[in-house]
Design a protein around this ligand. Structure first.
Ligand code: Z5A
Length: 206
């Protein structure tokens, strides 16, 4: 049976580093898996990602940013996620709607109710079966991400923005423990992977 798994967390916590590890665990237990990301995953989504993350001269308004995230998501659900789930595949997605609650809700301080309305409009009742939030202090994530590449438009925000994002993620995990878990990402990679494996095993995913 298909499952929809998403990876979340502030920048630099190791989502990309752990994606292949999870895919390998799934495939080793006979679960066909596609790996995708948000914003992105389709031609339109990747074009919107470029617009959203590039260093444009003109500031994007908060509502436009929110709507573009959901526009990319609508396309992604229609073209990639729903068809893969219908074909019995596992879908492993680097960020999804919890990122909108965390960044646009927590970081930008937009109304969580407004986000919930868009979630309902775009997704209906579809929610990830499991969301793994990789959690680490903001300075740890930023330090790791900074070593890797120059900051994009959103990464240029100040620390208090990312503290709000982190805190919104932790609130989501408290609100929906049945489908959202946190993993301590302020550990060596092998220990982070051990925690991820335990979460997947305890939820009968592998
Ligand atoms: N966004 C939004 O605002 N609203 C939405 O609805 C959605 C997204 C869907 C997309 O960025 C941006 O869009 C994001 C939120 C926003 N902006 N920000 N900030 P993204 O997801 O593509 O990029 P990112 O969040 O900036 O991810 P990242 O910087 O690529 O980080 P990561 O994937 O979590 O980390 P990593 O690349 O795996 O690791 C970073 C470095 O740390 C790397 O050198 C690793 O080797 C190292 N690393 C990883 N784990 C460890 C451990 N455990 N120990 C030591 N070193 C480690």
């Amino acid at each position: 049976m298909s499952k929809f798994i998403t990876l979340e967390g502030i920048e630099g916590v190791g989502k990309t580093s752990n994606r292949d590890y999870i895919r390998d665990l799934l495939e080793a237990t006979g679960k066909p898996c596609i790996v995708t990301r948000e914003p992105g995953g389709t031609a339109l989504g990747e074009a919107l990602r470029e617009l959203l993350l590039q260093h444009a001269q003109e500031k994007i308004s908060d509502d436009a940013e929110l709507l573009l995230m959901f526009a990319a998501r609508a396309e992604h659900l229609h073209k990639v996620i729903r068809p893969a789930l219908a074909a019995g595949k596992y879908v492993l997605c680097d960020r999804f709607t919890e990122a909108t609650y965390a960044y646009q809700g927590g970081g930008r301080q937009l109304s969580m109710d407004k986000i919930a309305e868009l979630e309902k409009l775009v997704q209906g009742d579809l929610r990830p079966d499991l969301t793994i939030i990789l959690d680490a202090p903001v300075d740890v994530g930023r330090e790791r991400a900074g070593q890797r590449s120059a900051p994009d438009r959103i990464e240029q925000e100040k620390n208090d923005f990312f503290e709000r994002v982190r805190s919104a993620y932790l609130d989501l995990a408290n609100l929906h423990p049945e489908r959202i878990c946190t993993v301590d990402a302020n550990q060596p990679l092998a220990q982070v992977q051990q925690q991820i494996k335990q979460q997947l095993q305890s939820r009968d995913i592998i």
